[in-house]
Design a binder for this molecule. Structure first.
Ligand code: FUB
Length: 370
């Protein structure tokens, strides 16, 4: 089952011309149809954008309030037992599945419900968060967080699921968490899979103000030690780092990005650092995405994509409408992201207009992770 959504509308082009003109960028002809922001309908957060074949894919966290899932997942006795803990914040009990969205042009999105469900992950019971998808040898791997673990005594952490198709269904690949404990102070959440140009895949992850990176095995279902024998490397790039790491590579420079602030509040934001290798060392350069009192608050936990064969970048992130204060009321938005000549990132302008339709070049299959 899928739901076709078309959210484009004609917007007054003068606004975007003014904004882009102030950035020294080329003008856009008037009358162009843009996707409205939010780009996706419903409450979703932590969006990761990917290109698979000729389509864009967004894998977000389901981010609704309230005590129960909209449509109940089936629970085993163990899952039901875990869910009965009074310590769990009720909105997290709704997060028993992940939806995905696909689009040929960044404007018209098709919803693919429940690409992953706790019914197919025996050790996951709630708080399914921040999916990260990557293709390897014709199969699709979805890394996800579950159970919001606070101690090593709890079962949960980061899992990996696999499917033959980007729309799933994804099934648990190893029957247990891939990372199920707290290492270097990092809560095992907010994973992001990145493939470097040499084919090596890394997983960046970490909440609680600590960021780790691990190397993935060739089949992406286990951790492969680094050359020095270590499996986990602490790479927290800044004292302000909180969670949501994202890695991109441009012109040989590694950009480690992350979210700062409290995700339920207005000040949530995105900052970045650069380094000469996937392991750093990383030099912080400050924030590039934050609230705009005229548009939305709590802008953060993002991902980014480069159109293959170009230097055109898009950032996908979540934000809270000005009318909302509920922490879980988060929506997914898309903007263009621009680099200066010196490689630094120009702070992103939050818009209600969104982006113009952008089809992928034929046979777009990027080698690197994004
Ligand atoms: O969506 C659940 C959590 O909120 C994510 O793991 C954090 O990054 C924050 O966005």
């Amino acid at each position: 089952m899928s739901l076709q959504l078309h959210r484009s509308r004609i917007v007054p082009s003068i606004d975007r011309r003014t904004v882009l003109g102030s950035l020294g960028l080329s003008l856009i002809p008037s009358g162009v149809a843009y996707a409205a922001n939010p780009a996706l309908p419903g409450w979703y957060a932590d969006p990761e954008i990917r290109i698979f074949g000729d389509r864009y894919w967004i894998y977000p966290t389901h981010s609704a309030d309230g005590p129960a899932p909209a449509t109940p997942s089936r629970f085993t006795p163990w899952q039901a037992h875990e869910r009965a803990s009074p310590k769990i914040w009720s909105p997290f009990l709704r997060q028993t599945f992940l939806d995905a969205f696909s689009s040929p042009d960044l404007v018209s999105w098709t919803r693919h419900p429940r690409v992953l469900d706790v019914k197919d992950v025996s050790w996951a019971a709630y708080a399914m968060w921040a999916p990260s998808a990557i293709e390897q040898d014709g199969r699709y791997f979805l890394f996800f967080g579950a159970n919001d673990i606070k101690t090593d005594r709890q079962r949960g952490g980061i899992g990996v699921a696999v499917s033959d198709r980007p729309e799933g269904p994804f099934l648990d690949a190893i029957g247990k968490p891939l990372i199920g404990s707290i290492v270097n102070g990092a809560q095992p959440i907010d994973q992001m899979a990145f493939r470097d140009d040499d084919g090596t895949c890394y997983l960046y992850y970490g909440g609680w103000k600590h960021c780790n990176v691990v190397r993935l095995s060739r089949d992406l279902t286990s951790l492969a030690p680094f050359a020095d024998g270590k499996t986990y490397k602490a790479i927290t790039p800044s004292p302000d780092y909180v969670e949501g790491p994202f890695m991109l590579k441009r012109r040989g420079i590694y950009y480690l990005m992350w979210s700062e602030g409290e995700w339920t509040g207005p000040l949530y934001s995105v900052a970045y650092a650069t380094g000469p290798s996937p392991l750093g060392p990383f030099t912080p350069h400050g924030r590039i995405l934050e609230q705009d009192a005229r548009v939305a608050r709590g802008a953060g936990h993002h991902s980014a994509i480069c159109i293959p064969g170009t230097d055109d970048w898009y950032i996908v992130y979540h934000r809270r409408p000005l009318s909302e204060t509920d922490g879980n009321h988060r929506q997914v938005a898309i903007e263009q992201m621009h680099f200066r000549k010196d490689g630094s990132i120009i702070p992103v302008v939050l818009t209600d207009a969104g982006v113009a339709p952008r089809r992928l070049p034929l046979a777009a299959r990027p080698l690197s992770g994004v």
